[in-house]
Design a protein around this ligand. Structure first.
Ligand SMILES: Nc1ncnc2c1ncn2[C@@H]1O[C@H](COP(=O)(O)OP(=O)(O)OP(=O)(O)O)[C@@H](O)[C@H]1O
Ligand SMILES: [Mg+2]
Length: 149
């Protein structure tokens, strides 16, 4: 369905999660996904869809104190894990980012980083960049995605 880039209008949170499931179909261990968009744009909702598509364990949430959460691979053969990072609280602190050891995590998992634009791209040769936008006073979001690098 994708040739690696696209654009979609997302009227409901279910549509955002469904896009995440579709994007997961093109993700493999070692892939980096960078999510950008304002507060409440649906970055965590999209990550929930990616997690569902990969079939990983554990519930995706938007943790207050945890910067990165690991989700182990599901039982399917060839299943990969997911590391879900919320870089908002890092505030661009590169030492803290280094401490997460994401390049090691990338050896055998998909890494999704909310608020990762301009912060984590150096961790991989290329990344899937997803920009989410929010229509004022409406549930509708739009997503634009592209492999960069
Ligand atoms: N079309 C939509 N897509 C995604 N979320 C939607 C949509 N319509 C309504 N919502 C609601 O908007 C909120 C999106 O929250 P979510 O935590 O996914 O955003 P976020 O971008 O991760 O925010 P933050 O920057 O705080 O991490 C949820 O409450 C969700 O139910
Ligand atoms: Mg979030």
């Amino acid at each position: 369905m994708h040739d690696g880039r696209g654009h979609r209008t997302l009227p409901t949170v279910e549509d955002t999660e469904a896009l995440g499931r579709e994007l997961a179909a093109q993700l493999h261990a070692g892939d980096l996904v960078v999510l950008d968009g304002p507060l409440g744009a649906g970055k965590t909702a999209l990550t929930r869809g990616i997690a569902a598509g990969l079939g990983v364990q554990g519930r995706v949430s938007s943790p207050t104190f945890i910067i990165a959460r690991q989700h182990r691979a599901g039982a399917e053969p060839g299943a990969v894990g997911l590391v879900h990072v919320d870089a908002y609280r890092l505030g661009g602190d590169l030492d803290e980012l280094d401490a997460l050891d994401l390049d090691t995590e990338l050896d055998d998992a998909v890494v999704v980083v909310e608020w990762g634009l301009g912060v984590v791209e150096h961790l991989a040769d290329r990344h899937l960049r997803v920009l989410l936008r929010r229509e004022p006073e409406s549930d509708t979001r739009t997503a634009e995605w592209e492999w960069v690098g």
